[in-house]
Structures are given as structure tokens and as C-alpha cells.
Design a protein around this ligand. Structure first.
Ligand code: ARG
Length: 574
């Protein structure tokens, strides 16, 4: 049990003793959820808001607080004081230090892990790149948010299924086949890959502007894919392979993997069932020749969800409905997350609503994990206009810059290339997961390549600093820890940051918000660096030394775990 849980148990017991037999008293677990961290230090380390009991006890909060303060037997855990309607707790510093360190060190790198997700599965639809397009900076957020959420949920005991819902269906692939057959050549496409496909696609649009009959050609080839024409399928699958081959180095650099690459085309033959079911359930209506599901626009504010176009073909939403049904049946998920930019908000709300109208109560478990737009130097991105930044280039530039800094600052480092890679990529990923996800990001090289202040390299550097201190401690006598040596404000602040980490992990999962962990780890680093400037770690006094080493080890483990959860490596030297 950590300090907070011990406190919650103590409060629950005291309430039980004082108000035995009354209905509706909270459990220790509920109390843990009510415990607050007061805004000012003078108000203690934790506060229990007694108004949470007012209704069950039919009493004012101050009266309850006063009764509990008189009755509580906190031993050496803390001191409890009534302040207004609150019961404030002032932790016994030695005891808090011991409990926190015991907890962190016993857990090792699984600190903050939990069993709350046991037996539950979370599907995470993320990255979901589009065929024949290069991996650009606009796909960084979905990729890293999804990757991080996967690690966070697994840390909490959930099983996760990472799905790259490839954008591999639509008339554009017919156009691409036409363009390839008209202006392309096999060897060149094989060699240059996706950039060549992009060139052909752009060429198609230029030519189609002069000669609109080309669009018919594109449609004809798309129909050929739909009908399973051998040549059309061969080319289509080849384009797909080329795209995945192009994305692979980026995924490798980021350490990102998927359990499934079932994209839109996988669901095409599963849409009939959706259409039939919608028809049977009387949800389909005709609107100007197209089939739609009416969503009661007046109340919901949502226009009808298009299911079949006039020509009887399905759309993005139809395939997403088929995918959701398939995922529920295949994985029996507890939650299915869609990590997709907020511009698609309406699409998700619409098709979630359709699933709800179909009578599936699990529609509530579908979550659009939206995130803000990324612009570059204040300009929004556009492949057509050529304003793009390819992720591979961004990562390589960051790695190169890290390498320069290492050459300058740590010329003797052994595995410079590897560390440069970890640090450069860490810088890019950190910048992406630093703020709340809904916030728009303006990508600037300056920000991503800055290694000072609140950045990935700063956090990694703090980890390396801990490792270095621990290396110096190797071989020294291991004395019993003198916990009273950790009673000062710096050490206590550090312990507080450590003790909050498990809650940060849970909150990050609850709110689908990895930035909560980024922030927790950053605050931990700041607290450690302050502590480090105030104190030498390797001192003569054995008990004090043991205490500082234990604290350093706890910090090191927690930074490493935190970085892991947001998808960043933690080099031991840099
Ligand atoms: N391929 C789409 C895009 O890049 C994202 C797909 C998201 N997932 C989904 N199930 N709709 O915009």
C-alpha cells in the first residue's frame, strides 16, 4: 500500500468507528478518490473534503471534520487537523519517505503498473496511413499518441490491439493505376517508391484538368479493383506494399508496431451486412438517390449519415461501421479508441450514433481520441501544394543535431550514434506529447531541436545523471537507509512527485492523455535537479548516502518507466 492508500484506509476505518451502522458510508477506495492535494503547503499534504459525507450523515462538513480529527489514530503515518470542512493531513516525513521509496523500489520498472485492466481489451486505431502517400509530420501525433496509449493501457493490465486502419480504398487508386499505366514505368516505381507514385498522382490531376475524360478512366480502373480484375489487384497490392515499405523505417525508428493492418479495403466485403442490417432495422432512408441514416438533425445537430452513394458504392463511414462491428466480434473490446485529428469529429459522432441506433449498447465504448492540427511555421500542410514535411527527414535532422551536440559535449561517449538516435527521436516525440492533445501544434525546428528547458533531452539527461550517480555508488558499503535524511523540502518535494506517478498513469489512461505522464516526468526531473544541486549524493555518512542513493534509484526507475510510457528511450549515458 502506498501512503495515499494507507491514508484512505485509515480514514475509512475512522469513519466506520465514528458512524457505525449508517448507510452510504464510502469505501476506502472511494475515499482514495476524494482525497485532494491542497493548493498550499500550510494546508498539509492531503485533504479529505468532509462534505462528501454530509448527505449520508446529515451533518455539516466542519462538524464531521472535527469529529474525525478527534477520533483518528494516525500513529506515525501523519498528523490530522480539522480546517473548516476539511480534514487535513500532514505526513510524517520519515514515514512518507520510507513508504514511497519501498514502493517504488519494490516495483522496479513496473512502478505505476496496475491490474485494473485485467481481462479487458482496448482496441486502438492509430497512425492509419493512406496508401501512396509519404509519411509526413501530420501523422506523427496519431502515431505517437496511439503508441503511447497502448503502452499506458498495457501497464494497467489491459490487453491492447493496435490497428493501422489503412486508407486503402477509394477512386484515387483507380486514378493511380491509370496514371501508372500511362506515364509510369515499373522499374522506376520499384526503385523510387512512394515519391514516384505521388508524382504520378499529381500528374493525373494536372492532365485531368485539361481532359476530364481521364476521370472516367480512373473510375473504370477503380471498378476493376472492385471487380477483382487480376491486373488491377496486382497493381493495387503493389502500391500498398510500396507504401508500407516506405513507412517501415519510420515505424522502426519510433519503435511502433501494430497487431493488425486491416484497412478500409478489408471491410469492403463486410459492408453488405451493415446495409442489410440497417435496412432490416428500418434505419435507411433514400435521399436524392443515396441511402442515409437520419440522425434527427434538429436535436443532434448532425446531418444524416451517408451509407450508400447514388451509384450504390459504400463510403468511409460505411466501412468504419463494418470495422467497428468486426472489432467487437473479433476482440470483444472494452473500449475501441480512434486516434484521429479533430477535423473528423463529425464523422465519428455520426457513425457512433448509427451504431447506437442499430441497438448496440457498446456504441458508448467507441471513443474518438481527437487531437489538434499540426502546422509548420504557421502554415497548414498540403500535399497538393507541396507544403509538406516528411517525418523521416524530421527524425533524421533531429538525430544529426543530437549527434553534433554529443560530439561537442561528450566527445568520449562510446555509442554516440545510438545515443544520438535516442535523443534526436526523443526530442521530436516529446515535443509532440508535451501538451494536451487537443491543442494545435505549430512545428518549428527551433522548438523541436532545442535541448534545454522542458524537452525530451532534458528528461533523458536527468535520467543519465541519475545513472551516473548510481555508477559512482557502485561498490560502496550498503548501509541501512537513514530516512530522516530525506526530511528536507527538496527531498520531500521529490518524494511527492514520485508518489503521484501511479495516479498520473491512471489519469492518462482515463483521459487518453499521455501528456499527463510527460508532465509528471518533467516535474519529477525538475525536482530531482533541484535536489541534486542542494545535495551531494555520495557523502561519507553511510545512512545519509544510502538514503540519497535509494532516492536517486527510485527517480531513475520512474523516469525510465515514464519515458517508456510515452515512447521515448532512456539512455544511461549521454
Ligand atoms: N486514413 C485516415 C486519415 O489519414 C484515418 C483513418 C482513421 N481511422 C478510422 N477508422 N477512420 O485521415
Amino acid at each position: 500500500m502506498d501512503t495515499k492508500q494507507s491514508l484512505a484506509a485509515l480514514i475509512a476505518e475512522t469513519i466506520e468507528n465514528c458512524y457505525m451502522g449508517i448507510d452510504g458510508l464510502p469505501t476506502a477506495e472511494e475515499i482514495g478518490g476524494y482525497l485532494e492535494i491542497p493548493p498550499q503547503k500550510e494546508m498539509g499534504d492531503y485533504a479529505f473534503p468532509c462534505f462528501k459525507l454530509s448527505r449520508a450523515l446529515r451533518m455539516g462538513p466542519p462538524q464531521i471534520a472535527s469529529t474525525l480529527a478527534g477520533a483518528i489514530d494516525a500513529g506515525d503515518l501523519c498528523e490530522a487537523k480539522q480546517q473548516g470542512g476539511y480534514l487535513n493531513f500532514f505526513l510524517n516525513r520519515d514515514n512518507f519517505a520510507q513508504k514511497t521509496l519501498d514502493n517504488v523500489l519494490a516495483a522496479g520498472e513496473s512502478y505505476g503498473a496496475d491490474t485494473m485492466g485485467e481481462g479487458k481489451t482496448v482496441c486502438i486505431d492509430y497512425s492509419s496511413i493512406n496508401i501512396a502517400k509519404r509519411f509526413h509530420i501530420g501523422h506523427l501525433s496519431t502515431t505517437m499518441l496511439g503508441h503511447s496509449l497502448g503502452r499506458i493501457f498495457r501497464h494497467l493490465g489491459y490487453k491492447t490491439v493496435g490497428i493501422n486502419h489503412l486508407g486503402d480504398w477509394g477512386t484515387q487508386f483507380g486514378k493511380l493505376i491509370y496514371a501508372f499505366k500511362t506515364w509510369g514505368n515499373e522499374a522506376e516505381v520499384e526503385e523510387k517508391g512512394v515519391p514516384e507514385l505521388t508524382r504520378l498522382y499529381v500528374k493525373f490531376h494536372e492532365e485531368a484538368e485539361k481532359d476530364p475524360t481521364l476521370d472516367d478512366e480512373g473510375r473504370r480502373w477503380f471498378k476493376a479493383i472492385e471487380d477483382g480484375d487480376e491486373e488491377a489487384l496486382r497493381l493495387f497490392n503493389w502500391f500498398k506494399d510500396l507504401t508500407l515499405r516506405d513507412a517501415k523505417p519510420v515505424y522502426d525508428m519510433l519503435g511502433v508496431e501494430f497487431d493488425s493492418y486491416n484497412g478500409e479495403s478489408f471491410y469492403v466485403d463486410k459492408t453488405d451486412r451493415v446495409v442489410n442490417e440497417l435496412r432490416e432495422k428500418n434505419l435507411l432512408t433514400l435521399s436524392e438517390g443515396a441511402s442515409v441514416v437520419d440522425l434527427d438533425e434538429e436535436n443532434s445537430g448532425m446531418p444524416p449519415c451517408l451509407i450508400l452513394k447514388k451509384d450504390g458504392t459504400t463510403i468511409y463511414a460505411t466501412r468504419d461501421i463494418a470495422a467497428a462491428l468486426y472489432r467487437k466480434e473479433t476482440y470483444d473490446f472494452d473500449k475501441c479508441l480512434y486516434v484521429v485529428a479533430y477535423q473528423q469529429d463529425l464523422h465519428f459522432r455520426q457513425f457512433f450514433k448509427v451504431i447506437e441506433k442499430m441497438g448496440y449498447d457498446w456504441a458508448k465504448d467507441l471513443k474518438h481520441v481527437a487531437f489538434g492540427m499540426i502546422s509548420v511555421g504557421g502554415q497548414s500542410l498540403s500535399t497538393r501544394k507541396g507544403h509538406v514535411l516528411f517525418l523521416e527527414d524530421v527524425l533524421n535532422t533531429a538525430i544529426q543535431k543530437a549527434r553534433e551536440i554529443i560530439d561537442e559535449k561528450s566527445p568520449d561517449l562510446e555509442n554516440k550514434d545510438e545515443v544520438a538516435k535516442q535523443v534526436g527521436i526523443g526530442a521530436v516525440v516529446y515535443a509532440d506529447l508535451q501538451n494536451g492533445r487537443i491543442k494545435d501544434i505549430d512545428f518549428t525546428w527551433e522548438r523541436v531541436l532545442s535541448f534545454d528547458g522542458e524537452t525530451g533531452p532534458y528528461v533523458q539527461y536527468t535520467h543519465a545523471r541519475c545513472c551516473s550517480a548510481l555508477r559512482k555508488a557502485e561498490g560502496l558499503e550498503e548501509a541501512a537507509i537513514d530516512y530522516s535524511a530525506l526530511g528536507d523540502d527538496f527531498a520531500q518535494e521529490l518524494l511527492r512527485q514520485l508518489s503521484r506517478f501511479p495516479d498520473a498513469v491512471k489519469e492518462a489512461a482515463l483521459r487518453y492523455e499521455p501528456s499527463i505522464i510527460t508532465r509528471a516526468v518533467t516535474e519529477l526531473c525538475k525536482a530531482y535537479n533541484k535536489f541534486y544541486y542542494e545535495n551531494r549524493i555520495i557523502v561519507d555518512e553511510a545512512g545519509v548516502r544510502a538514503a540519497r542513493i535509494a532516492l536517486t534509484r527510485a527517480v531513475k526507475n520512474t523516469i525510465k518507466t515514464g519515458l517508456y510510457l510515452i515512447g521515448i528511450e532512456a539512455p544511461e549515458r549521454m
